[in-house]
Design a protein around this ligand. Structure first.
Ligand SMILES: [Zn+2]
Length: 61
């Protein structure tokens, strides 16, 4: 099953709902991939308002 990006939190997952925010608003039209290992110290995580580690889409349409 192809990965989809959550439109709410941009987390990538393969299910039909986002495992993090439970949103069913998922898109397969996304670009970029950001892997956050340490949201505490990551400037990217801060810019994306990500508080948990994981794989995120940079842009979701
Ligand atoms: Zn989400």
């Amino acid at each position: 099953m192809p990965e989809k990006a959550c439109r709410e939190c941009r987390l990538l997952s393969t299910g039909s709902v986002c495992p993090r925010c439970k949103s069913a608003s998922l898109s397969d039209d996304f670009s970029g991939l950001v892997i956050i290992f340490d949201p505490e110290t990551s400037a990217i995580a801060k810019a994306m308002k990500v508080k948990e580690k994981g794989r995120y889409a940079l842009r979701v349409r």
